[in-house]
Design a protein around this ligand. Structure first.
Ligand code: TEU
Ligand code: CA
Length: 557
């Protein structure tokens, strides 16, 4: 397997709005990021993935871009950006930009022109259709509730928006659109950025003829994800690769909703003709019920092991994995797969970290994950900021299937604002995130969970993550070794081995609160092993793991 820097890197995702506010307006900004680079250096990460910082009316917090070549006013200026990039590079940290090109904002100049008349030269930059019998052209729903089509009075036609109606989808079939995107990417590469995380890139090629989608649960709308992996997506990405990506030493990760193993093998193929790796969503989509995402169902461990192991094994040597549980769209993992009680929060956060970071692929850490930050306590719909949660609340409310209490419980557990509460820096007012009024309320547990305390505590989640990251640097087996799952049917233990030349690794994580037995496989003599990492302050007991205990042993002949 060819060695590459992006295979050996650990990526840290920053959601700038919630990371650090440098000027007291309550909104995180670029100077705030620059001020925290030493903190990230200490954690040991190699790459920052910066969620969108471009000009945007913020209908979807920057994922609705009105100018790809300017900075969002609230975040600072292009000079601030250049200073941040230079300061990161000085510390050996790379910066990967979020590339949101499935759609733009409706306030982008392209769309303003496109909607202005039928014969505007940019009309075909977006996806316009005539009404069918006075209705929407097909049944597709938007990912943010309601129809994916919006009627536009000016020309009497509908435009497609897979997300909010302020996020019209670009028409990638138009060659000029592709060239505009590639030119814009080139200008960022010339500036010296180190790669792209590509937002819903699996959606850029729409199915021929835009047919109806299969009906979503409890909905009159067709599944918007049915537009994923369309007929030309690989062709467009190969073109992008030839015209832009291949010319720079950058890393690329495609956010690929709805991606299957077979598709991932194409997107992230080892020949490097498309992208370096993809985010797949199969594992984070397992804790759902008949009502889809909005539920409080817990993961079934054997099923989770099966899915993660399938990705580990099937992409081995033919493509490359990204490994993650957290991002700005996912609830906090310690509240989801771990246990965020006082008794188990720290230990379970470390247990999850061990399971992820000893796997094969490039790991992604989302801001606050390294502190074991938890889900937020929301009391009413007024506490939500996120368009997805607010729309879902009103839609489900209207359908009248849940009591108010149950509806709130469901939306509170899974909503994206859980990940977006401000970063908890210290125990001063507003967690040291801002001296002003934060745009989204700080989690009240900041006096107990914050970076300052964790930096001072050798047993903190922070220092455990620091160690996990350092181990990846000192042990090639963690990056390149082959993965094999142990005890697939066990309901509590997640255990696997890694092998690489004459090296071996054994990882055991207990995902229950109770002590559990595990089986040490033949040929793995614990007495001869080096205990690489362990999340408890006691001797390990052969064949027995305490609640949320995690450990990794290493052998070299
Ligand atoms: O998310 C796309 C995506 O796959 C969604 O289905 C995601 O699961 C969604 O957040 C529902 O919970 C990307 C971005 O990560 C997200 O923040 C944006 O809102 C979205 O694209 C539109 O740009
Ligand atoms: Ca600010």
């Amino acid at each position: 397997m060819a060695k590459q820097w992006w295979k050996e890197s650990v990526v840290y995702q920053i959601y700038p709005r919630s990371f650090c506010d440098s000027n007291g307006d309550g909104i995180g900004d670029l100077n705030g990021v620059t001020g925290k680079l030493d903190y990230l250096k200490e954690l040991g990460i190699d790459v920052i993935w910066l969620s969108p910082v471009y000009r945007s009316p913020n209908d979807d917090n920057g994922y609705d871009i009105s100018d790809y070549e300017d900075i969002m006013e609230e975040f600072g200026t292009m000079e601030d950006f250049d200073r941040m990039l230079a300061a990161a590079h000085e510390r050996g940290i790379k910066i990967v930009m979020d590339l949101v090109v499935n759609h733009t904002s409706d306030e982008h100049q392209w769309f303003v022109e496109s909607r202005s008349s039928l014969d505007n030269p940019k009309r075909d930059y977006y996806i316009w259709r005539e009404p069918v019998d006075g209705h929407e052209p097909n049944n597709l729903g938007s990912c943010f509730s309601g129809s994916a089509w919006e009627f536009d009075e000016t020309t009497g036609m509908y435009y497609l928006h897979c997300f909010s109606k302020k996020q019209p989808d670009l028409n990638w079939e138009n060659e000029t659109v592709r060239q505009e995107v590639f030119d814009m990417m080139t200008r960022w590469c010339e500036k010296g950025i180190d790669g792209f995380r590509m937002d819903v890139i699996s959606m850029i090629s729409k199915p021929e003829g835009l047919p109806d989608g299969p009906l979503m649960e409890n909905s009159i709308y067709g599944e918007p994800m049915s537009v994923c992996n369309g007929p030309h997506v690989h062709e467009y990405l190969r073109e992008m690769n030839q015209k832009v990506l291949s010319k720079y030493d950058i890393m690329t990760v495609g956010e690929c909703a709805g991606v299957t193993i077979d598709e991932a093998k194409k997107y992230a193929n080892a020949e490097g003709t498309e992208l370096n790796m993809v985010f797949q969503f199969e594992h984070v989509g397992l804790d759902v019920d008949g009502n889809g995402k909005w539920c409080d169902k817990k993961f079934d461990l054997p099923q989770l092991k099966k899915v993660l192991s399938k990705w580990q094994n099937e992409l081995y040597e033919v493509a490359w994995n990204s490994i993650y549980f957290c991002n700005h769209d996912q609830p906090r993992i310690v509240s989801r797969l771990g246990n965020d009680s006082d008794e188990f929060r720290v230990r379970s956060a470390k247990c999850i970290g061990t399971m992820i970071h000893m796997m094969q692929g490039t790991p992604y850490v989302y801001q606050g994950e390294e502190l074991g930050m938890t889900n937020q306590q929301f009391n009413s719909v007024d506490d939500f900021d996120d368009i997805e949660a607010i729309n879902a609340y009103h839609e489900l409310k209207e359908m009248n299937i849940f009591s108010e209490e149950e509806l709130m419980a469901r939306i509170c557990y899974k909503n994206r604002d859980n990940a977006r509460t401000p970063m908890q820096w210290d125990d001063s007012a507003n967690a040291g995130f801002t001296t002003g009024e934060p745009w989204l309320a700080v989690n009240q547990n900041y006096t107990k969970i914050n970076a300052k305390d964790e930096l001072a505590d050798a047993d903190s989640v922070f220092h455990y993550y620091q160690k996990l990251i350092a181990l990846r640097k000192s042990h090639d087996i963690i990056v390149y070794g082959k993965y094999d799952l142990l005890m697939p049917e066990d309901a509590h233990i997640f255990a696997y081995t890694r092998t690489y030349g004459d090296e071996k690794l054994l990882v055991v994580c207990n995902f229950s609160e109770e002590p559990q037995k595990f089986v040490v496989p033949e040929g793995y003599d614990l007495e001869k092993a080096e205990l690489l990492i362990h999340n408890m302050d006691k001797a390990v007991q052969d064949g027995m793991a305490d609640g949320f205990e995690a450990m990794a042993w290493y052998w070299k002949k």
